[in-house]
Design a protein around this ligand. Structure first.
Ligand SMILES: *[C@@H]1O[C@H](CO)[C@@H](O)[C@H](O)[C@H]1NC(C)=O
Length: 351
């Protein structure tokens, strides 16, 4: 009786999800990335980058094409973890890279050609009260960045996770405190912020959920916190940590499940529509859409075949990634929107 009830409560939503399969892109034997590969990011051209290049916590590198260095953070204890590309007011490509250990975000400027390195790296925002930051999201209309972060403890409390924003001048402001926060993303219309939250009890992970907030991209203010997805209730995977999250232009949210080697896909109403499995990866840490049309979902994490290496799988879909779209269609002089990059998720608010 109890079992029948439990199955009924599991819900049609979890059971109806389509199972999709990614395919190997960088195998362990070919990888220059270490096991803590993270922070997948896309640039204007659709090239993908990630951290732990040459197994260095200070280094980010190019994933697509020939694997090579993008950026090395200074400082003996540098720990680069998240990356986002952006377009400055004059239309030039820039990048933000978070350094979790030094509680700061670098702004890289002066790009040396497509796929190239950057001539300049300055500390854009910094606050010693930041727990990390762990991952980064951006609201292109205002240029604000949003940062998650955690303090991993065996019994988590509110305050072991935080949410920060930095305005375009680099002024940092804490927006809230939570249990451990990790994945972070802004919806295509910039009216919603997604943030993952996980709870620990007695050394075990007991809750994993995605929170949603109403977002004002100009001021950075968040309001109306609600639970968008609770994996404990959805499919009993409360113990599997959420890591990086990204949206496509239709507002679907792609959530990595670090620990069960999968990506969960939700429509904007919070309905689970698909699980994408990753053949090469054990611990899925992050993901981003790239490729020439922005429709290839690159998924990164620790290799199954070699626990010292970072692997990349790719899912060839039809939806265009939101970050790729934003870079191609941003207001910068001379920037050209990629073909077939129409958003259906509502008009962007400009302020
Ligand atoms: C992290 O949590 C531990 C254990 O609760 C605490 O002692 C420490 O002060 C916390 N660190 C920060 C930076 O909040």
């Amino acid at each position: 009786m109890k079992i029948v009830l439990a199955l009924a409560l599991l819900g049609a939503s979890a059971l109806a999800a389509t199972e999709l399969q990614a395919s190997p892109f960088i195998a362990a034997a070919d990888s220059r990335f270490g096991a803590t590969i993270e922070g997948a990011a896309v640039d204007r051209a659709g090239s993908i980058y990630a951290v732990d290049f040459d197994s260095s916590a200070a280094q980010a590198g190019l994933v697509t094409g020939k694997q090579r260095l993008l950026f090395k953070a200074p400082g003996a204890d540098a720990l680069v973890n998240g990356i986002r590309f952006a377009t400055d007011k004059l239309g030039a490509e820039e990048a933000y890279v978070v350094d979790a250990a030094q509680h700061q975000v670098y702004r890289l400027t002066g790009r040396q050609g497509a796929d190239g390195t950057f001539a300049g790296a300055n500390v854009f925002c910094k606050d010693s009260a930041m727990l990390q930051p762990n991952d980064i999201a951006i609201a292109p209309s205002s240029g604000r960045i949003f940062l998650s972060g955690m303090n991993y403890t065996s019994d988590s409390v509110v305050g072991n996770g935080d949410l920060w924003t930095c305005d375009p001048t680099g002024a940092a402001q804490r927006l809230g405190q939570f249990h451990r926060t990790n994945g972070i993303e802004v919806s295509p219309d910039e009216t919603r912020l997604y943030l993952s939250e996980a709870e620990n009890k007695g050394g075990a992970v007991v809750a994993n959920r995605v929170l949603a907030f109403d977002l004002d991209p100009a001021s950075g203010a968040v309001a109306n916190k609600r639970v968008f997805v609770d994996f404990g209730k959805l499919d009993s995977t409360a113990a599997a940590d959420i890591d990086g999250m990204r949206t496509d232009v239709n507002g679907n949210l792609y959530v990595t499940r670090n620990g069960i080697g999968k990506v969960a896909v939700f429509d904007p109403s919070g309905q689970l529509t698909a699980y994408i499995t990753t053949p090469s990866i054990d611990s899925v840490t992050n993901l981003e859409f790239g490729g020439p049309k922005g429709t290839d979902l690159f998924i990164v994490g620790k290799c199954k075949a070699d626990g010292t290496k970072g692997c990349v799988d790719v899912y060839h879909g039809t939806a265009v990634g939101n970050a790729f779209h934003d870079l191609g269609s941003s207001s910068g002089a001379g920037s050209v929107p990629p073909a077939g990059c129409g958003k259906t998720g509502g008009r962007r608010r400009r302020r």
